[in-house]
Design a protein around this ligand. Structure first.
Ligand code: ASP
Length: 358
C-alpha cells in the first residue's frame, strides 16, 4: 500500500514537472503566432485599391493630349485588373501583384519592359511586395532577365527563407521556380534608349570618377517612374507592391528604395500599406514607407496627415522629390506628391474612382 502511494506521488511529481517545463513553450508558440499574424479588421465587402505610375515631371501642358490620354487609359486598365480581383473577394496580395505585373508589361512605365537604363545602357530592375497580414515580405534587386520582377519578389517571400535576393542569385532562383526569363534587350524601348543617349551626352565623367546621378526631378529622364499598388481587401488585409527600373544613368549596382522594405514598400494590417516613388536615396535615408506607418501607430495621426508630413514637409525640407500612395485598415487613402505630377489612380468598393496626372 505504502509502495503504491509512493508510485502515485512520483507520477504526480513527474506530471507537474512536465507541465511546468512545457507550459512556457506553449505560451511562447502562442506569442509567436500573435506577432506573426496581424489581425485583420473585418471589412465585409469593403475594399480599396490605389496605384501609381511614378512621380516627377512633366509640367502641365507639356505632354500632348494623346499622350496624357494614353497614360490615363493604362492607369484605368490597371485599376480594372485589381478591382476585378478585389470585388470578387480576392486577396489584396493577389491584387497588388496582378496590377504591378500589368504595369510591368506596359512600356509606358519605368518597370519591366520600358524601364529606364543604367550608366551602361542596361535595364536593372528592382521590386518588392509585402503582406500586411503576415508581415512577410519579398524583394529582388538588380535583375536583368526576369520578365516580371514583382512575381519574383513574391516568390522570394513565399518560397525562400529570405527577404531580398539580388542579381544573378535572384535570377537563378527565379529560373528554378519556373518564372519567365527574357533576354535583357526585351526591356529596352526606343523611348528609353533616346532618354539614355540624351543623358549620356550630358555626362562627361573624369576617367576615374563615377558619373553623376540625375538629381533634377523634372528632367526628361524622370518623367515616367516606378509603378506601385496598395490594397485593402474584403477580409481586411492590406498589401503593397512596387517595381522599378530605378533612375536613368544610375551606377551599375545601385539599388533604390523600391525593393527596400520600409523605404519604398511597406504593409501592416495594424496600420497601412505604402508604395513610394521618387529619388530613392532620400526615401531610403528617411525610411519613408515605415515612417508613415510609425507616425500612425505611435502618434495616432491619420494616414493623410502622416503622408503629408513626410512628402510635403520632411522631404521638401531636404529638397527630395517624389510621392507615395497609401491605404489604411479602414480603407482611407492618400496620394501626396511634391513633384509637378504623379501618375495615379484609385477605385473603391463604394464606387469612387479617379485617375490623374497633375
Ligand atoms: N524610387 C525609384 C528609385 O529611386 C525611382 C522612381 O520612383 O522613379 O529607384
Amino acid at each position: 500500500m505504502k509502495h503504491q502511494f509512493t508510485q502515485v506521488k512520483n507520477l504526480t511529481a513527474i506530471l507537474v514537472f512536465l507541465v511546468l517545463c512545457l507550459w512556457p513553450e506553449f505560451s511562447l508558440f502562442a506569442q509567436a503566432e500573435v506577432i506573426a499574424m496581424q489581425p485583420a479588421k473585418v471589412n465585409s465587402e469593403k475594399w480599396t485599391l490605389v496605384i501609381h505610375g511614378g512621380a516627377g515631371g512633366p509640367v502641365k501642358g507639356t505632354m500632348t493630349a494623346e499622350a496624357e490620354k494614353e497614360y490615363l487609359n493604362k492607369l484605368d486598365e490597371a485599376l480594372q485588373v485589381g478591382s476585378g480581383i478585389l470585388s470578387k473577394g480576392g486577396g489584396s496580395l493577389d491584387a497588388v501583384e496582378a496590377v504591378v505585373r500589368f504595369m510591368e508589361d506596359c512600356p509606358l512605365f519605368n518597370a519591366g519592359v520600358g524601364a529606364v537604363l543604367d550608366e551602361e545602357g542596361r535595364a536593372a530592375l528592382d521590386a518588392a511586395i509585402m503582406d500586411g497580414k503576415t508581415g512577410m515580405a519579398g524583394a529582388v534587386a538588380g535583375v536583368t532577365c526576369i520578365k516580371n520582377p514583382i512575381t519574383a519578389a513574391r516568390c522570394v517571400m513565399e518560397r525562400s527563407n529570405h527577404v531580398l535576393l539580388i542579381g544573378t542569385g535572384a535570377e537563378k532562383f527565379a529560373k528554378a521556380n519556373g518564372l519567365e526569363l527574357v533576354e535583357p534587350a526585351y526591356f529596352i524601348t526606343p523611348v528609353r534608349l533616346k532618354s539614355w543617349e540624351k543623358w549620356k551626352s550630358t555626362i562627361r565623367p573624369a576617367p576615374d570618377k563615377a558619373p553623376e546621378l540625375p538629381t533634377k526631378p523634372d528632367s526628361d529622364n524622370d518623367k515616367h517612374g516606378t509603378v506601385g499598388a496598395v490594397a485593402l481587401d474584403q477580409q481586411g488585409n492590406l498589401a503593397a507592391a512596387t517595381s522599378t527600373g530605378g533612375m536613368t544613368g544610375k551606377m551599375v549596382g545601385r539599388v533604390g528604395d523600391s525593393p527596400i522594405i520600409g523605404a519604398g514598400t511597406y504593409a501592416s494590417n495594424q496600420t497601412c500599406a505604402v508604395s513610394a516613388t521618387g529619388h530613392g536615396e532620400y526615401f531610403i535615408r528617411n525610411v519613408v514607407a515605415y515612417d508613415l506607418a510609425a507616425m500612425m501607430k505611435y502618434r495616432g495621426i491619420s494616414l493623410e496627415e502622416a503622408g503629408k508630413a513626410i512628402i510635403m514637409d520632411k522631404l521638401v525640407t531636404q529638397q527630395a522629390n517624389g510621392g507615395l500612395i497609401a491605404v489604411d485598415r479602414d480603407g482611407n487613402l492618400c496620394m501626396p506628391f511634391n513633384t509637378n505630377a504623379m501618375f495615379r489612380g484609385y477605385v473603391t468598393s463604394n464606387g469612387q474612382h479617379e485617375v490623374a496626372i497633375y
